[in-house]
Design a protein around this ligand. Structure first.
Ligand code: NDP
Length: 501
């Protein structure tokens, strides 16, 4: 059967997923769609591979992961070109994305033993005769389901940390970016040819659902909130633990004492990089009234200079997923119908497969453009009294992923009060590039963390062990305890814990 092609819309032909360039419709690759049985078989193979991979120990795994990261670094231009062809983003943006992912692989490889390895921990009053040990052991197989918008960086935030922790991975990339997923898995197989430690299963959402039900040790999902709920429900059937990284509606706060030029520059990039298809992209801006007009003028000036297209010099490219264009259009139309104004772009900026920069003002706070994830190069800008009102408005969202504060004096204070997993002060999205910082959201943005120490622990289970070092001087946890021992315990507990400080 031959399906009609729309640029960027994947189709299944003869059991293969056909991916196309969202700007030109050029075919990028064909990948066999996995059946339920294929998914089960991949997970079974991964279980065996996981045992081998775990046995390599931290040093053996780190050595291979560091070789993998150097292959990706040396072939970064090839990877970036593939990201441009399949996802539509300019190669320069793809280089930045891949570079950040490579940094994470190196960090996870180098830090896994320190964070997860066995350590001795303190005992307690009742167990003085025991030594106590804590370590974090791999789950075995991690299922990773990824989105298309950052097809290297986002899945690698789970994959690298899962592998460093000693797990094997079965990866289901988005149906919009299968070639990129395959490329990443093929490079890993060149470094680790012995066993299928990192496998890929291709297909639509049904394949993702099959992976949820496949009996993996844990499922790491990144994607929309709506799908995240389905993933949780499917995983609940087998009590499979989940990591859920979902969408956002990130706010940026511009206080009256902000560097307005820097704020406008960061806002344009944070809101419009990758055509706004960024989970931690800025979508709402709250500006102190004293600097509102000045900031808005600088913002519009900068945004109006952005170039949009498929060329090498474009600042951003097409909307990758054609169905998203209607959502962006609806948000702009609704904002304007409800009294908002487009000071740049507007309905005429929607020119499929592109959407040009759009800045909306006077949009009511309950409009879709302020409440729902738009995922396009659009910003709503609202005037507020000061940073305090900005925090209150920013926090009145069901989402809580990232955010940004621009202020010379109140940055840390306002950043801490934002209800989000991450915040950048005097920058946008900076936190995503710092491997030591955990990444994840609250509320409808999900739960669990990738990156950093928390990201390593996310892919491991705590294992607690005690070892008797000597006979019990004061048997407490035994029917052998004597009345004298109980009296001593009573005295000891009062002595140690009886004081109020
Ligand atoms: P989707 O939720 O549509 O898809 C995400 C992944 O889930 C895809 O691989 C998809 O497969 C798969 N999937 C679809 N249905 C099911 C199902 N029933 N069971 C299991 N898996 C399923 O998200 P998008 O790909 O459109 O990605 C964009 C979203 O991701 C945005 O909301 C964005 O904010 C969010 N995101 C969050 C990040 C974070 O770290 N918090 C980072 C990056 C993006 P298929 O593509 O084949 O349908």
């Amino acid at each position: 059967m031959t399906a009609t092609r729309t640029p960027g819309v994947p189709v299944v032909e003869d059991g293969a997923l056909v991916s196309t360039n969202p700007a030109t419709g050029e075919e990028v690759g064909r990948f066999p769609v996995a059946s339920d049985a294929n998914v089960q078989a991949a997970v079974a193979r991964a279980r065996e591979a996981a045992a081998w991979w775990a046995d390599l120990g931290y040093a053996g795994r780190a050595q291979r992961l560091l070789r993998y990261r150097s292959v990706l670094a040396n072939r970064i231009s090839e990877l970036a070109e593939l990201v441009r062809r399949e996802g539509g983003k300019p190669a320069a943006e793809a280089i930045v994305e891949a570079a950040a992912a490579i940094d994470h692989i190196a960090w996870a490889a180098r830090n896994a033993r320190r964070v997860l390895g066995q350590r001795k921990v303190r005992g307690s009053l009742l167990t003085a005769e025991h030594a106590a040990y804590l370590e974090y052991l791999p789950y075995g197989v991690i299922g990773v389901i990824g989105p298309w918008n950052y097809p290297v960086f986002t899945p690698m935030g789970s994959i690298a940390y899962a592998l460093a922790a000693g797990n094997a991975v079965v990866f289901k990339p988005s149906e919009y970016t299968p070639a990129i997923g395959q490329w990443l898995v093929d490079r890993f197989a060149e470094i680790v040819p012995e066993h299928p430690v990192m496998q890929i299963v291709h297909g639509t959402g049904e394949v993702g659902a099959a992976l949820c039900r496949s009996g993996v040790g844990k499922l790491a999902f990144t994607g929309s909130t709506a799908t995240g709920k389905k993933v949780m429900a499917a995983c609940a059937e087998t009590l499979t633990p989940v990591l859920v990284e979902c969408g956002g509606k990130d706010a940026m706060i511009v206080e009256a004492d902000a560097d307005l030029d820097a704020a406008a520059s960061a806002c344009v990039w944070g809101g419009m990089t990758n055509a706004g298809q960024t989970c931690v992209g800025i979508e709402r801006v709250y500006v102190a009234e004293r600097v509102y007009d000045d900031f808005l003028a600088r913002l519009v000036d900068r945004a109006s200079k952005l170039t949009v297209g498929n060329g090498e010099d474009a600042d951003f490219g097409p909307i990758t997923m054609p169905s998203q264009i209607e959502i962006i259009r609806r948000h702009i139309d609704d904002a304007i119908a409800r009294g908002g104004r487009a000071v740049l772009g507007g309905p005429e900026a929607v020119q499929p497969p592109y959407v040009k920069p759009t800045i909306l003002v006077d949009v009511p706070e309950d409009a879709a453009a302020v409440r729902e994830e738009t995922f396009g190069p659009t910003l709503t800008v609202a005037k507020v009294r000061d940073g305090d009102e900005a925090v209150a408005r920013a926090n009145a969202s069901t989402y809580g992923l990232g955010g940004s504060v621009f202020s010379r004096s109140r940055g840390m204070e306002l950043a801490r009060r934002l209800r989000s997993g991450m915040t950048s002060i005097n920058a946008t999205i900076a936190f995503a590039g710092v491997p030591t910082l955990p990444f994840g959201g609250v509320g409808e943005s999900g739960f669990g963390r990738i990156h950093g120490e928390d990201g390593l622990r996310e892919f491991a289970r705590a294992k607690a062990i005690t070892r008797r070092r000597m006979p019990s001087p004061l048997p407490a946890m035994s029917f052998d305890r004597t009345p004298k021992a109980v009296a001593l315990i009573t005295r000891a507990v009062k002595f140690v814990h009886g004081r109020s400080r």
